[in-house]
Design a protein. Structure first.
Length: 157
C-alpha cells in the first residue's frame, strides 16, 4: 500500500506577555532551550558547529509521545531552520515533513507569540489511530500552548 498524503493537519496557539519581543524571540527561537518549555521535546545539539538559530541551521533532539504519565514512544528527530527574521518569525522543519512556525507581533511594548504547525496526514490505519484514538492535532496544540505559557511565565520573573 502506498502511503499518500490525504490532507494537511494544522494547529496553532497564541500567548501574550508583558515582555518585549527582543526578550521573547531569543527564548523561543533557541531550540537548545526547548526542554525548558516543552515537556516532550529536548534538543540535544545544534549541528555543524552552529550555536544558535540561523537560516539552514540543523539540530537534533529527542521527542516523546506521551499519554498521561505514560510514554508511548520516544525517538530522535533531525530538524532544520527554514526561515528566520529576527524579532518577527522563526520556522523550522522536522523529519522532512512537519513544519513549525513562530510569529511575533508587538503592541505597546508587549509581545504576542503565535506558534503553528502543519504536516501532511497519511492514509490508512496509522491515520485512524492518530486521528481518532490519540486526537493528535489537539494534543500538539495543547502542548504548544503549554510551552508558550511556560516561556511567558519565565519572562515575567
Amino acid at each position: 500500500m502506498i502511503d499518500i498524503p490525504t490532507e494537511t493537519v494544522t494547529g496553532s496557539a497564541t500567548t501574550a506577555t508583558v515582555a518585549p519581543i527582543r526578550a521573547v524571540f531569543p527564548a523561543t527561537a533557541d531550540m537548545a532551550q526547548m526542554g525548558k518549555w516543552s515537556s516532550d521535546r529536548v534538543v540535544r545539539k545544534w549541528s555543524d558547529a552552529v550555536s544558535g538559530s540561523a537560516d539552514s541551521a540543523k539540530f537534533r533532539g529527542d521527542v516523546a509521545a506521551d499519554s498521561g504519565p505514560n510514554t508511548l514512544k520516544s525517538w530522535m528527530m533531525s530538524s532544520a531552520v527554514i526561515g528566520i527574521k529576527p524579532n518577527a518569525a522563526f520556522e523550522f522543519i522536522a523529519a522532512e515533513c512537519l513544519t513549525w512556525r513562530c510569529e511575533f507581533t508587538e503592541r505597546d511594548g508587549a509581545a504576542a507569540t503565535t506558534k503553528s504547525f502543519s504536516y501532511p496526514r497519511r492514509s490508512g490505519f496509522p491515520k485512524l489511530v492518530r486521528r481518532r484514538m490519540l486526537d493528535e492535532s489537539k494534543g500538539i496544540t495543547t502542548g504548544m500552548q503549554a510551552a508558550l505559557d511556560r516561556i511567558e511565565t519565565s519572562l515575567r520573573r
